[in-house]
Design a protein around this ligand. Structure first.
Ligand SMILES: [Zn+2]
Length: 203
C-alpha cells in the first residue's frame, strides 16, 4: 500500500470523512510546502503528551505538572449546579457564551436511537460517581444540555432514567435546556444569546 493510501485510510477514521474526502486531504498535503506539513505532523504527535483528560469533568485540557483535575474544576465555580454536555466543543460554546458559572461534565457522546447497549456509548458510571461526590459539595441541580435532535432526545431520556434513583435519593433536581434551541440544533453551533435564553428557560 502506498503512503497515499495508508494516510487516506488514517483520515477515514475522522468523524464524517469518507474515501473521497480522505484522498483530498492527502493531495492537499502533497501540494503544501514542507514547513506546513512538518508543523502539522509535530502538532499531531505532541497532542497526546501535552493534552490530558480531567479526572473530574473528562474534558481535555493542557497538562500542567502532575495534576489530574482541570482549572475549571478546581476554580471557585458555583458547585451547586452541574451541566452535562455531550462533547468538548459543547463545553467550549457554553464557556464562550459566559452564561453559566457552575461545574461541567462531558458525557463523551450521544446514544444512537435503538442502541442495544446504551451504557457503553456514554460515561454513565463516571457521571453517577461524579454526582455522588458532588452532592457532598452542595450539588442541587443537574442541567442536561444535550442537542435538540432525535439522538439528543434519546440520550436525555436514557440519562434521566439512569440518574433518577440516585438524584431523588440525594434530593438533586434534574433540568433540561429550554426549547430556545430550535429543533435539530447542536449545542456547539448555538450562539451566545440562544444559549443564555435556553439556560434561562430551563425546566
Ligand atoms: Zn475538569
Amino acid at each position: 500500500m502506498s503512503n497515499i493510501d495508508s494516510l487516506a485510510q488514517a483520515f477515514m477514521k475522522f468523524p464524517g470523512i469518507g474515501t473521497r474526502q480522505a484522498k483530498r486531504f492527502v493531495y492537499f498535503l502533497l501540494a503544501q510546502d514542507p514547513h506546513y506539513v512538518e508543523t502539522l505532523a509535530r502538532e499531531i504527535s505532541a497532542l497526546k503528551t501535552t493534552i490530558t483528560q480531567c479526572a473530574s469533568c473528562f474534558r481535555f485540557y493542557p497538562r500542567m505538572g502532575t495534576g489530574t483535575i482541570c482549572n475549571v474544576c478546581i476554580d471557585d465555580a458555583d458547585s451547586s449546579t452541574l451541566m452535562v454536555v455531550e462533547k468538548d466543543t459543547d463545553f467550549e460554546s457554553v464557556r464562550r457564551s459566559g452564561s453559566y458559572a457552575g461545574r461541567y461534565f462531558i458525557l463523551g457522546g450521544t446514544i444512537p436511537v435503538l442502541e442495544k447497549d446504551p451504557a457503553s456509548k456514554i460515561r454513565t458510571r463516571e457521571l453517577l460517581e461524579r454526582i455522588e461526590g458532588a452532592s457532598a459539595d452542595g450539588l442541587t441541580e443537574i442541567i442536561l444540555a444535550l442537542s435538540a435532535n432525535p439522538e439528543g432526545d434519546f440520550t436525555r431520556d436514557y440519562v434521566l432514567k439512569v440518574l433518577s434513583p440516585l438524584t431523588s435519593q440525594l434530593g438533586v433536581n434534574i433540568t433540561t435546556l429550554g426549547r430556545g434551541l430550535s429543533t435539530g440544533t447542536e449545542l456547539e453551533y448555538s450562539d451566545g444569546d440562544t444559549l443564555r435564553h435556553a439556560l434561562k428557560n430551563r425546566g
